[in-house]
Design a protein. Structure first.
Length: 308
C-alpha cells in the first residue's frame, strides 16, 4: 500500500469511528445516554478496502445484516442512536449505495409493522425535522416511499408522510420553483414567473417571528448584498406568509426599498418551509439552487459565488 492510500485509509477509519462514538453517546434530544449499549457489533471493513467512499459503501451495505427486524424494538433510544450512526455514514458514501441500503432496510423492516412505523418516525427526526442530524431530502424520500408503498400501514398513518413527499418532490434542488402570486406593498400583484434576475433570493418570513425580524434587518443592511442588488446581479423577493393588510403593508415598506416585498397566505402549501425564516436561492430560470438556508449561509454563498 502506498503512502497516499495508507493515509486515506487511516482517515476513513478515524472519521467513521468518530461518527460511531458520537452516535452512541447521544439520544434523540442530543443528551448523553449513560452506559448505553449498541444493538449489535458494527461490521468490520476489510483492510483491502482503502478509500473513504468504498469503506463507507461497505459499512452501509452490511450495517443491518446481523439485526433481526422482526423482533420488537425494546429500547427506542438505543435503536435511534444506532440509526444515527448509520445515517452519519451517508455523507461519505455513494448515493446509489445509500438508496439501495435504505430500500433493503425498509423491506426487511416490513416484517414487523410496529417497528416499521417507529423506524419511519426515527427517520423523520434524523433526516427531516429542523433538528435533524443529517438534513437531506434526497435521502429521506426513499423512507417516505417505503411507508406509502407498505399495504400493512393504515391510510390515516400515511397522510403526514404523503404530504411530506409531495412537498419535497415539488421543491427538489435542481428543479424549477413553483410559481405563485404576491400582492405587493402598493397593492399591485406580481407572479414569481414575472420577476427577472440572475440570482433570486426568495426570503419567506413571518411578520410576528423575532428571528425573521432579525434576519430582515441583517439582510437589508448587508453591504455586499446591497451592492449586488444595485449591480443587477441579485433580486431579493421578501415573501410575507400571511394575508395582505394595509397595516402590514405600511410596516413592510420600511424593510428595504431595494427588495420586492409582497404577501401570500397560502405559499406554505407549495413550498417546503420547515424553518423560519426560510431562504431559497433560484437561478435566472427559477431553478432551485439551494433552500432553507439562514443568513450566515447567504453571506458565505455571496462570498464564493461567481457572477458572470
Amino acid at each position: 500500500m502506498n503512502i497516499f492510500k495508507e493515509v486515506l485509509s487511516i482517515l476513513g477509519v478515524l472519521l467513521l469511528s468518530v461518527s460511531f462514538t458520537a452516535g452512541a453517546q447521544d439520544d434523540a434530544n442530543g443528551e448523553a445516554v449513560q452506559g448505553q449499549q449498541r444493538l449489535f457489533e458494527y461490521p468490520v471493513v476489510p483492510d483491502t478496502i482503502v478509500t473513504l467512499e468504498n469503506r463507507s459503501n461497505y459499512l452501509i451495505q452490511h450495517f443491518w445484516e446481523n439485526y433481526d427486524f422482526s423482533m420488537p424494538i425494546k429500547d427506542e433510544r438505543v435503536f435511534e442512536s444506532t440509526f444515527r450512526d448509520y445515517v452519519d455514514i451517508f455523507k461519505y458514501a455513494h448515493k446509489t449505495i445509500v438508496f439501495s441500503s435504505i430500500k433493503d432496510m425498509m423491506r426487511r423492516a416490513q416484517s414487523n409493522s410496529s417497528n416499521f412505523l417507529k423506524i419511519a418516525e426515527i427517520a423523520e427526526r434524523s433526516l427531516y425535522a429542523p433538528g435533524a442530524v443529517y438534513w437531506s431530502d434526497e435521502v429521506y424520500i426513499p423512507f417516505l416511499e417505503s411507508v406509502l408503498d407498505n399495504s400493512m400501514i393504515d391510510k390515516s398513518e400515511k397522510e403526514r408522510y404523503k404530504y411530506q413527499l409531495e412537498l419535497l418532490k415539488n421543491n427538489l434542488l435542481g428543479h424549477k420553483a413553483q410559481d405563485f402570486e404576491l400582492r405587493l406593498v402598493d397593492g399591485s400583484k406580481k407572479k414569481l414567473s414575472e420577476i427577472d434576475g440572475k440570482l433570486i433570493f426568495l426570503f419567506f418570513n413571518d411578520a410576528e417571528c423575532d428571528d425573521c425580524s432579525i434576519a430582515r434587518l441583517r439582510l437589508s443592511t448587508d453591504v455586499t448584498l446591497n451592492g449586488l442588488i444595485d449591480a443587477g446581479e441579485v433580486v431579493v423577493v421578501c415573501v410575507y406568509m400571511g394575508k395582505y393588510s394595509d397595516e402590514w403593508a405600511n410596516k413592510a415598506k420600511g424593510d428595504s426599498d431595494k427588495w420586492i416585498i409582497g404577501a401570500n397566505d397560502d405559499v406554505a402549501e407549495k413550498y417546503d418551509l420547515r424553518i423560519q425564516p426560510s431562504i431559497y436561492i433560484l437561478d435566472q430560470n427559477k431553478v432551485i439552487l439551494d433552500k432553507n438556508i439562514n443568513v450566515e449561509g447567504i453571506k458565505l454563498m455571496l462570498n464564493s459565488y461567481s457572477f458572470n
